[in-house]
Design a protein around this ligand. Sequence first.
Ligand code: HEM
Ligand SMILES: *[C@@H]1O[C@H](CO)[C@@H](O)[C@H](O)[C@H]1NC(C)=O
Length: 486
Amino acid sequence: MSILKELLLLSPSALLLLVIFFYLSRYNRKQPNLPPGSHGFPIVGETFAYLKPHCATTIGQFMEQHINRYGKIYRSNLFGGPTIVSADAGLNRFILQNEGRFFECNYPKSIGGILGKWSMLVLVGEMHQSMRTISLNFLSSAHLRAVLLPEIQRQTLMVIAGWKEGVAFSALQEVKKFTFNLMAKNMMSLEPGEPETEKLRREYITFMKGVVSAPLNFPGTSYWKALKSRSSILGVIQKKMDERSGRMRMKEAGEEREEEDDLMGWALKQSSLSKEQIMDLLLSLLFAGYETSSIALALTIFFLESCPKAVQELKEEHYNILRKKSERGEHGLSWADYKKMDFTQCVINETLRLGNVVRFVHRKAIRDVRYKGYVIPAGWKVLPVFAAVHLDEEIYTQPHQFNPWRWKKCSVGTTTMSNFMAYGGGSRLCAGSELAKLEIAIFLHHLVLKFRWELAESDCAFAHPFLDFQKGLPIKVQAIQETTIT
Ligand code: HEM
Ligand SMILES: *[C@@H]1O[C@H](CO)[C@@H](O)[C@H](O)[C@H]1NC(C)=O
């Protein structure tokens, strides 16, 4: 009571100050400093607008409008929950470097349901680490050099041997065949063209459609179809695995059998993994490695087609490698040859920077995180959008231009390099990046030396959010006479 009396004695301006003070202190307590943003519709929020297909070399209307309105860090409601979206290079790096500490991998339920609960994209902590170790062993440089390089070369030649001059065909279908057959061979020794390989490939297409769909499990939905594909794919894997275990037992019993040097063989030897775990591991590696590298290769073919200067420089690089080999009387590319493909590596980096095969990843904050004065509350989803950094004109000059030369003599620590996150980063850095680069480089070697190519129809890559070409990248090729190379 006495307080009230005293208050009434205060001058009106002091009272006003007091009211403002109380208001501000309450406001501050209730509203942590969230990044600005909007929430859209209930439940679905802004998800549809966020996922709306757009040209792969742009960030899309949604990102553009939101960044203009709110800045590079904003809040939204995506994939069924409150979300922070980051187009900020520093925050993206911070998120990737603090996996397990402040942030954690957090893919939508549909992905977990389809890839399986033991998939590497879903696992966190120790189990993730042990699955990762197996994959890294399999994708190590010793294995790349001895086993994968010759296999990539063999399969490249097999694919391009079927190309006919002057007839339009889908380059995307061709590179998909190439990367799928390569994965099927390396993972479980399936040969290209075998009925099992083809069955797997067909099932896989349905499977992929379910990954981006809503997890509604009743007959007819994409998710339901994808779950059915998951079981047929697992059926193929299981059958192979049973044959394999049978043979391993015979071997123990003293029978001599040749052992396949593939991922399945490696995983079976890791006695700590259950069958279910091995199957999910194989499936998630197929998922992580097939569509990413095929679309990357298709993008390379697409960007190069409109940049003759880069094709010329590539030809010179690869022709020099070839010439030195034939002087020494060698055949087939070696690891040392691969290591000489410097400009090729610039082309690959530039393709991934401009094309953005993986545009963003899914994370959540596991505790309240402060960044640049903002608070990211524990439990919120966080989406670091790499594409927005790669196409940011404050970081890459003329970001929409395909310019492989920007990577020349570019060293660690430069902005070009330190903001490049095509393969993610931190403890979940892509396990297959070396394989992907090797596939693209070897394929390009044979492509630029054997063919000239042009688009048979104009086409465009769009983000869906997975990348695709509207018309499947139709091209026409023409064989090159060896003498015209230089
Ligand atoms: C150009 C092609 C590729 C690109 C752009 C790419 C990109 C990425 C990215 C951004 C991640 C991080 C995902 C996250 O942090 O949530 C990732 C993870 C992964 N990638 Fe790739 N990838 C490519 C090719 C491959 C290939 C050929 C393989 C081989 C099988 C592969 C295997 C993996 C695996 C196993 C992971 C999970 C790593 C972990 O969680 O520890 N990737 N990839
Ligand atoms: C391409 O980017 C990777 C980072 O993913 C980097 O290590 C490599 O040096 C780059 N290559 C070139 C030629 O700039």
